[in-house]
Design a protein around this ligand. Structure first.
Ligand code: MG
Length: 335
């Protein structure tokens, strides 16, 4: 294959075949994908099913703690898992810019393969398009996926109830600040790495060992503040959050004040919010902290009747203010 992606690779002809076999099948191969049929036949999934899709356009494509390939797997795996499901199969579609380095593509696809292995999912069907220089920036990836729901009932953003505890699985803002500082060429004393990771194995443990989980959601774009607002609105309840309980790494706090960002609005790609009845909170925290994906888990607040759809933040000085949703786009191409 050539050193750079050329338009021929998206032609559907011989060059496409070569790219599929020598790149995608080589890294991602499995009995479903290797058949190279028009679609993949799934015969072992029992309903109800959870299905999700996401498109990844992150800039830069390689960043501290990850790359667009692993992120594209983690993002969809995590969204499927948030319904209380075990993700099983993924599709992936690539839009490649003419001129993309073949070595970069190789690294990205190999990283997708590793992320899929760790998450226990298979990429069973896919598509590749190549567009002329400038029509996209290097590489965009769409992944869709499907998995079996094991939670009964399935957690939902509309299920938060007064008396529930609000937990978060670890430090906030890492992904957003890692991307932002890398993009601006700023380095901090302590390396800030993206938290991009698969959460599905921990979610399965929580569902099997705790159950009774009302809400699971990963605070990606818009950050923790926006996601909390979405859930409070969907559930028509008020959230009471204590700001000094929200875990933010010192380096992220410092980087944010330097760059003028609020970590509560920065994207996360490996954290989740878990809302469940207060009496199960300690058990859930114990399980979360025993797992590498939830080491920094803490309770940050609770759900109460109050004003529907509002998030009240108790500041470290003891004052109270309303925590709003993100206005507009803080950081384009963050994921
Ligand atoms: Mg999500």
């Amino acid at each position: 294959m050539s050193e750079k992606i050329i338009l021929d690779y998206g032609s559907g002809g011989k060059a496409s075949q070569r790219l599929i076999k020598e790149m995608f099948v080589r890294h991602l191969g499995n009995p479903w994908l290797n058949r190279l049929d028009d679609a993949a036949l799934i015969s072992d999934l029992e309903g109800p099913l959870s299905m999700s899709t996401d498109t990844f356009t992150v800039d830069p494509i390689f960043f501290p703690g990850g790359d667009i390939g692993s992120l594209a797997v983690h993002g969809t795996v995590n969204d499927i898992a948030m319904l209380g499901a075990i993700p099983k199969y993924l599709s992936c579609a690539f839009i490649l810019e003419e001129g993309l380095d073949m070595d970069d593509l190789d690294k990205i696809v190999s990283s997708m393969a590793a992320a899929a292995r760790n998450a226990g999912v298979l990429i069973i069907t896919g598509d590749t398009k190549v567009v002329p220089r400038g029509a996209v920036d290097k590489i965009f990836i769409n992944t869709s996926g499907i998995g079996s729901v094991i939670a009964e009932p399935s957690p939902s953003g509309s299920s938060a109830s007064p008396g529930d505890a609000i937990l978060v699985s670890g430090s906030i803002g890492d992904h957003g600040l890692a991307i932002l500082s890398h993009r601006q060429g700023i380095s901090f004393e302590t390396d800030i790495l993206s938290d991009s990771q698969a959460l599905n194995h921990l979610i399965v443990r929580l569902i099997r060992e705790v159950g009774n989980i009302h809400v699971l959601r990963d605070p990606t774009r818009g950050g923790l503040a926006t996601t909390l607002n979405e859930i409070a609105q969907q559930s028509e309840v008020e959230f009471f959050i204590e700001q000094d309980r929200i875990p933010v790494r010192e380096a992220v706090e410092g980087g944010c004040s330097f760059l003028g960002f609020d970590p509560l609005y920065l994207a996360n790609e490996g954290k989740f919010i878990c809302i469940l009845p207060e009496k199960f909170a300690d058990k859930a925290l114990e399980i979360m902290r025993s797992d590498p994906a939830g080491l920094g888990a803490v309770k940050i607040g609770h759900v109460r009747e109050g004003r529907k759809g509002k998030v009240v933040l108790k500041t470290p000085l003891g004052g109270h203010r309303l925590l709003d949703m993100l206005e507009g786009e803080q950081l384009p191409r963050i994921c």
